[in-house]
Design a protein around this ligand. Structure first.
Ligand code: HEC
Ligand code: HEC
Ligand code: HEC
Ligand code: HEC
Ligand code: HEC
Length: 181
């Protein structure tokens, strides 16, 4: 009994949701989606080197992306994270000198993001990383091999068919309302 009333509710909600999604589809066809995505690429404040910090220094992803295992957002590190080691120079690279100067200024570190989903999609790192036990590289490629910030996504993850394909394999929900809020 409760099962059938749930599906009626879901159908009713979907009927309301569809016109919204349809207009989003039309918006994307007019190129607004593309404009949003390409706006995020561009120069980073510091040429950050993942390989040096992960492979050489042995830091774990979660030491900088502090909320990736516990919340929806992985988050990018603020100055406090870098300051743990870079208040004093560790070496003599000009990029590090830039960082040390930035750390003692009042400026914030404004990282530009390459992985950005549209507002109407719900995604949770906690759900995938902690509950689903999916490794970062499945969606982000081998970040630990990068010596400079990525300029574009390593996989097709910002694409509905990538999400749906894995959900089908892993028997996770492919209900429109699971991902569209
Ligand atoms: C199932 C695919 C998937 C997995 C696994 C995954 N990510 Fe993500 N990641 C995404 C998507 C999708 C976004 C864009 C999210 C958005 O726009 O809300 C993202 C965004 C990010 C960002 C940008 C900042 C932010 O908070 O959104 C960082 C950093 C990140 N992921 C790090 C990681 C790390 C570290 C791991 C492993 C511990 C990981 N991700 C595992 C799909 C994934
Ligand atoms: C646990 C310590 C630690 C943390 C935290 C850390 N680093 Fe480093 N970083 C190092 C070490 C060690 C080196 C190597 C110094 C050398 O030998 O040149 C380094 C080198 C660097 C360099 C210079 C090398 C290059 O590739 O140009 C930059 C720039 C840098 N780090 C940026 C950052 C930023 C940005 C953050 C914060 C998001 C950060 N680091 C966090 C330890 C750390
Ligand atoms: C020492 C800090 C540090 C560690 C450790 C670290 N990252 Fe990052 N990560 C950053 C910084 C700073 C950026 C922003 C600059 C860039 O893109 O390189 C970033 C960016 C990213 C992005 C791109 C997010 C976007 O939307 O642009 C992903 C994905 C990511 N990291 C995944 C990982 C994974 C996976 C690991 C572990 C294998 C890891 N990171 C370890 C500091 C770190
Ligand atoms: C590599 C496989 C994989 C990819 C890619 C993936 N997911 Fe998932 N997703 C899962 C698994 C497995 C679960 C179930 C995790 C659990 O709770 O045990 C899940 C669960 C979810 C849930 C919760 C569904 C519910 O039961 O209500 C949402 C929402 C979701 N994913 C959104 C997304 C979005 C959005 C994308 C693409 C940007 C995506 N996922 C890409 C494997 C994946
Ligand atoms: C597993 C997650 C997931 C499920 C389930 C899902 N979507 Fe999506 N959907 C996405 C993601 C991620 C995007 C953003 C893709 C992009 O920006 O390229 C998206 C984008 C869209 C768009 C915008 C147009 C476009 O292609 O960019 C429409 C319309 C849409 N979805 C409709 C639906 C409908 C209808 C259903 C149910 C039949 C559904 N979605 C189920 C993840 C999902």
């Amino acid at each position: 009994m409760s099962g059938s009333s749930t599906s009626i509710n879901a159908r009713a909600i979907r009927a309301i949701l569809m016109p919204g999604l349809l207009s989003l589809a039309l918006g994307a066809a007019c190129g607004s989606g593309e404009a949003l995505r390409s706006a995020s690429s561009g120069a980073q404040p510091i040429q950050f080197n993942h390989k040096l910090h992960v492979a050489d220094q042995g830091l774990d992803c979660v030491e900088c992306h502090r909320f990736v295992t516990s919340t929806r957002k992985a988050t990018l590190p603020g100055k406090d994270v870098c300051a743990d080691c870079h208040r004093e120079p560790q070496g003599s690279s000009p990029e590090e000198q830039k960082l040390v100067a930035l750390l003692s200024s009042s400026e914030e570190l404004r990282w530009k993001r390459v992985y950005v989903l549209p507002e109407h999609v719900y995604f949770s790192h906690f759900r995938h990383v902690t509950l689903g036990q999916i490794g970062c590289q499945t969606c982000h490629g081998e970040m630990k091999e990068l010596t400079a910030p990525p300029r574009k996504p390593a996989t097709n993850i910002i694409n509905m068919s990538f999400c749906i394909g894995c959900h089908k394999d892993r028997r996770a929900s492919n209900d429109c309302l699971a991902c569209h809020t």
